[in-house]
Design a protein around this ligand. Structure first.
Ligand SMILES: *[C@@H]1O[C@H](CO)[C@@H](O)[C@H](O)[C@H]1NC(C)=O
Ligand SMILES: *[C@@H]1O[C@H](CO)[C@@H](O)[C@H](O)[C@H]1NC(C)=O
Ligand SMILES: *[C@@H]1O[C@H](CO)[C@@H](O)[C@H](O)[C@H]1NC(C)=O
Ligand SMILES: *[C@@H]1O[C@H](CO)[C@@H](O)[C@H](O)[C@H]1NC(C)=O
Ligand SMILES: *[C@@H]1O[C@H](CO)[C@@H](O)[C@H](O)[C@H]1NC(C)=O
Ligand SMILES: *[C@@H]1O[C@H](CO)[C@@H](O)[C@H](O)[C@H]1NC(C)=O
Ligand SMILES: *[C@@H]1O[C@H](CO)[C@@H](O)[C@H](O)[C@H]1NC(C)=O
Length: 696
C-alpha cells in the first residue's frame, strides 16, 4: 500500500506545479506601496481621518489578482482586508481620538509576494473634560461614597484619578471611558472632590484637564471613648490601679473594637467595655490609652498617671574602694529616698544576693566580711510592701598583693658604662610601683600599669663592688613594700695597661731558643689576645683566655724571627687595647760561637804543631837520626766541652722579672710570685750547665 500512495501524491503534486508555472497570465510584480493620512497627520479630536494605502502592481493578464492588505499601528495589526480590485485601500478613523495617535504602516501581499509602505505618524490632540458624580452629598465619617468619573467619547487605555481637595486618594486603570471608586473620608468637614484622567498611548501619555469639583460634607459620629483610672491622684508604688475603658454613643449592632493599653503594651480588648486592675509601679510607663476602632473610624482618649516611688533603687557601694585578698571590706546598700508619709523606716529591708555570700549583716544595708580570693558579683535587694528593687551588680575584684621582687642586670654590667637593671615581681595586681634603691636611698620609681610592661632602671657604677648597693622594692598597696635582695652580677672591668714582655731576656735571645711573648692586661677575663709582628696585617696568633695574661711561644727562634712585636687585647667591655712594642734581635747560637772558636784554636794548634815539626825535623836532620816520639798536648782525653751557667745568668733574671711561672702546658705562662723560682722549658733553675757534644 505505502509505495502506491507515495507514487500517487508525487504525480499529483508535479501536475499542479506544472500548471502554475506555465500560466503566463499570472506573472506580476509589486512596484510600489504608499500610505497617506487624510486630511492631515496632525488633527484635532473628532476629525474624520482616513488612511489610504496605494499599491502599484504590474502584470500581464487582465485577470484580477487577490490583494491582501494589512494596516499596522505601532507594530500591531489593526486592520486587514482582501480585495481583488486595483483600487486603493481606505481605512477610516471616524471622529479620531487621542488614542488613535501612533505610527501607521501598510503592507500588501499578493500570492506570497509582499511589500511594506513607509511609516506615517498620526497625532490627534484634545481630550474631553471629565465629569464627576457622587452618590451622596452628606456622609458620616468613615461612610462609603461611590464616585464615578467619565471621560466622554474617549477610547483606549485610561487611568482615572480621584482627588480629595488637591490630594490624590485613588487611582484606577480601565479600558473604558468610565471608572467607579469607593471613597471613605474620615476627616470631618466639607471636602472638594474632583477627578482627572490620562490616556496611555505608548510610549506617551496625555493628561486631561480636571473635572469640576463636587462638594461632600462629612459629619462627625458622636462616638466617645471614656477612660477612668482609680485612684485619681496620689498614687504610690504598690497601690492598686483600676482602669476602665468604655465607649458611648455607638449605634446598636455596629462592629467595633475597644483597646486598653499602657505605653506600648496592650492590657485588654473588648467590644464596648473593658476593665483592668494592676499594681502601680514607678518603672512602668504612665501613659494609658482607651481606643475605639470601627472600620476607618478611630476614636481614642489617653491619660497620664504619675506614680510616686515608695523608695528609690538602692545604691550599692564598697569600702574601701580597693580591697586586697582576705582583707576586711564593707558593702553598703541604701535607698537614697523613700516616701516617709507612706512607709515606716523599719518596713524597708535590704538583703544581699547571692545569700550564700560570706559577708554578715552589720545593721540595715551594711554587710561586712573578708574579701574572697577571686572575683565575686554581689547584688543587694531592697524590699517593702511587695515592691522589690535590686541594685546594680557590684563586682568585687580583690587585688593580689605584690610578691617579693627580683632584681637583675639585663645584659652585661660593665664598669663605667650604663647598666640596665630589671625589677620584677612574679605576682601582684597592677599597677605596681617599682622603686630602685641604692643603700636604702630611693633613686627612681617606675609604675607598671599594663601586663607585660617591665620596670627598667639605668645606673652607672664606678667600682665593681658598688653593684651590691642596689636593691629594689615593689609596691601595690599602702601597707607593705617588699624589698628585693641586693643586686649581684659580675662587673666587667674594661681592659687597661696592656704590656708585652719577652722570655728569655731581650739581650739574650739566640737561635734555637724557645721565645715567649707575654701579653698582660688589667681587666676582667675572658680576654681575647692577638699577637702581631710589626708590618704584618694578620695577627700571628689569637687566643681567648680566662686569665688576664697569656704567652705566645715561638719555638726555636731563628735569625728571621728578629723584628718588632706587640699585642692587642679586648674583653666583653669591648674596648681594644694595644701594647707597647718589643724589638727582638736573635743572636748566633752558643755552640756556633764555640765551634768557630774551636776552629780558630785548632788552626793555631795545627800551625804550632807544623812549625814545631818543621823545627824538629830541621834539628833532627842536623843532629842525628835519633828516634823521635811526639805526644799530643791538646785536646784532653775528655771529648766534650763544658760551659758553666749559674743562677745569676741573664735567662733566670728575665724570667723572674716577668714574675712568671711556666705551668708545663704549651704556650701558657701564669702569674707567679716574683720571688718564686721560675721554671722554664729549658730547665734553667736546676741545670747549671749545657753539655754540647764536641764535633771536633
Ligand atoms: C464624520 O463622519 C460621521 C459619520 O461617520 C458624520 O456623522 C460626521 O458628521 C462627520 N464629521 C465631520 C466633521 O465631517
Ligand atoms: C471590672 O469588671 C468586673 C466584672 O465585670 C467588676 O466586678 C469590677 O467591678 C469591674 N471593675 C471596675 C473598676 O469597673
Ligand atoms: C577585720 O574585721 C574583724 C571583724 O569582722 C576585726 O576583728 C579585725 O580586726 C579586722 N581586721 C582589720 C585588719 O581591720
Ligand atoms: C559578674 O557579672 C558579670 C556580668 O554582669 C559577668 O560578666 C561576670 O562573669 C560575673 N562574674 C562572676 C565572678 O560571676
Ligand atoms: C628616672 O627614670 C626616668 C625614665 O627611666 C628617667 O627619665 C629619669 O631621668 C630618672 N630619674 C632619675 C632621678 O634617675
Ligand atoms: C605609686 O606612685 C604613684 C605616683 O607616685 C602614687 O600616686 C601612688 O600612690 C603609688 N602607689 C602606691 C601603692 O604606693
Ligand atoms: C687579672 O687576673 C687576676 C687573676 O685572674 C686577678 O686577680 C686580677 O684582679 C686581674 N686583674 C684585674 C685588674 O682584673
Amino acid at each position: 500500500m505505502g509505495p502506491l500512495l507515495l507514487l500517487t501524491s508525487t504525480l499529483l503534486s508535479s501536475y499542479f506545479h506544472a500548471g502554475r508555472t506555465v500560466n503566463a497570465d499570472r506573472l506580476f510584480t509589486i512596484r510600489d506601496i504608499t500610505l497617506s493620512i487624510e486630511p492631515s497627520t496632525d488633527v484635532t479630536r473628532n476629525t474624520n481621518v482616513t488612511l489610504r494605502c496605494k499599491a502599484v502592481v504590474i502584470s500581464f493578464g487582465q485577470e484580477a489578482l487577490s490583494r491582501e492588505y494589512t494596516i499596522y499601528k505601532d507594530g500591531n495589526t489593526v486592520y486587514t482586508k482582501t480585495s481583488s480590485t486595483s483600487e486603493d485601500l481606505l481605512y477610516p478613523l471616524s471622529e479620531a481620538r487621542v488614542s488613535n495617535t501612533g505610527k501607521y504602516k501598510c503592507k500588501v501581499n499578493i500570492e506570497g509576494k509582499h511589500m511594506n509602505s513607509g511609516a506615517k505618524k498620526l497625532t490627534v490632540t484634545g481630550l474631553s473634560k471629565p465629569v464627576l458624580r457622587l452618590n451622596k452629598g452628606v456622609v458620616s465619617e468613615g461612610e462609603e461614597i461611590t464616585a464615578t468619573c467619565t471621560a466622554h467619547g474617549e477610547t483606549g487605555s485610561i487611568f482615572f484619578y480621584f482627588y480629595d481637595d488637591s490630594k490624590e486618594i485613588q487611582e484606577k486603570q480601565v479600558n473604558s471611558n468610565r471608572a467607579e471608586a469607593k471613597l471613605r473620608i474620615t476627616s470631618i468637614g466639607i471636602h472638594k472632590i474632583h477627578c482627572a484622567y490620562t490616556v496611555l498611548v505608548t510610549p506617551d501619555s496625555f493628561k486631561s484637564e480636571e473635572s469640576s469639583a463636587v462638594h461632600v460634607t462629612v459629619k462627625e459620629l458622636p462616638i466617645t471613648p471614656v477612660l477612668e483610672i482609680f485612684p485619681q491622684s496620689k498614687i504610690y508604688e504598690g497601690d492598686q490601679l483600676d482602669i476602665l475603658c468604655t465607649v458611648r454613643n455607638v449605634l446598636q449592632h455596629s462592629e467595633g473594637n475597644l483597646y486598653l493599653s499602657q505605653g506600648n503594651q496592650l492590657l485588654r480588648s473588648g467590644d464596648t467595655k473593658v476593665n483592668h486592675s494592676k499594681v502601680a509601679l514607678a518603672k512602668d510607663p504612665g501613659e494609658f490609652e482607651c481606643r475605639f476602632e470601627m472600620g476607618d473610624v478611630v476614636k481614642y482618649v489617653s491619660k497620664t498617671v504619675s506614680v510616686t516611688e515608695l523608695f528609690s533603687v538602692p545604691t550599692f557601694t564598697m569600702s574601701p574602694a580597693e580591697v586586697f585578698q582576705k582583707e576586711n571590706m564593707t558593702l553598703t546598700c541604701k535607698s537614697e529616698s523613700f516616701a516617709s508619709e507612706r512607709l515606716g523606716n523599719q518596713e524597708l529591708t535590704y538583703t544581699l544576693e547571692p545569700p550564700e555570700s560570706p559577708l554578715t549583716p552589720k545593721g540595715p544595708g551594711v554587710f561586712h566580711g573578708k574579701a574572697l580570693q577571686y572575683d565575686f558579683n554581689y547584688t543587694c535587694v531592697a524590699r517593702a510592701r511587695g515592691i522589690v528593687k535590686p541594685s546594680e551588680t557590684l563586682t568585687v575584684r580583690p587585688k593580689v598583693s605584690v610578691s617579693i621582687p627580683k632584681i637583675l642586670v639585663v645584659g652585661r654590667a660593665v664598669l663605667g658604662q650604663p647598666l640596665k637593671i630589671l625589677c620584677q615581681s612574679d605576682s601582684g595586681s597592677l599597677p605596681i610601683n617599682y622603686t630602685l634603691l641604692r643603700e636604702y636611698d630611693q633613686l627612681n620609681t617606675t609604675i607598671v600599669k599594663k601586663p607585660f610592661q617591665q620596670a627598667f632602671f639605668a645606673v652607672t657604677i664606678t667600682k665593681p663592688d658598688e653593684i651590691t648597693k642596689y636593691m629594689c622594692e615593689a609596691k601595690n598597696n599602702h601597707r607593705e613594700a617588699p624589698l628585693s635582695k641586693r643586686l649581684y652580677a659580675t662587673v666587667i672591668v674594661p681592659l687597661t695597661h696592656p704590656l708585652i714582655s719577652v722570655v728569655p731576656d731581650l739581650s739574650d735571645i739566640s737561635e734555637g731558643d724557645h721565645l715567649y711573648l707575654l701579653c698582660s692586661v688589667v681587666g676582667t677575663p675572658p680576654v681575647t689576645f692577638k699577637w702581631y709582628r710589626v708590618g704584618d696585617e694578620q695577627p700571628l696568633y689569637t687566643t681567648t683566655s680566662n686569665e688576664n695574661n697569656t704567652a705566645y711561644q715561638i719555638p726555636e727562634v731563628s735569625k728571621q724571627d728578629s723584628g718588632a712585636y706587640y699585642c692587642e687585647a679586648f674583653n666583653h667591655a669591648n674596648n681594644v687595647v694595644i701594647s707597647n712594642q718589643v724589638n727582638i734581635q736573635v743572636r748566633l747560637a752558643l755552640w756556633k760561637k764555640l765551634v768557630i772558636g774551636g776552629f780558630c784554636m785548632l788552626a793555631v794548634s795545627v800551625l804550632v804543631v807544623v812549625s814545631v815539626l818543621c823545627f824538629i825535623s830541621k834539628r833532627g836532620k842536623r843532629e842525628a837520626a835519633a828516634e823521635l816520639s811526639v805526644k799530643p798536648s791538646s785536646p784532653k782525653s775528655d771529648d766534650s766541652l763544658t760551659v758553666n751557667l749559674t743562677h745569676d745568668t741573664e735567662v733566670y733574671k728575665a724570667a723572674t722579672d716577668a714574675a712568671l711561672l711556666y705551668d708545663g702546658t704549651e704556650g701558657r705562662v701564669t702569674n707567679g710570685a716574683r720571688d718564686s723560682v721560675a721554671s722554664l722549658p729549658i730547665d734553667i733553675s736546676n741545670r747549671s750547665s749545657y753539655s754540647i757534644p764536641a764535633t771536633v
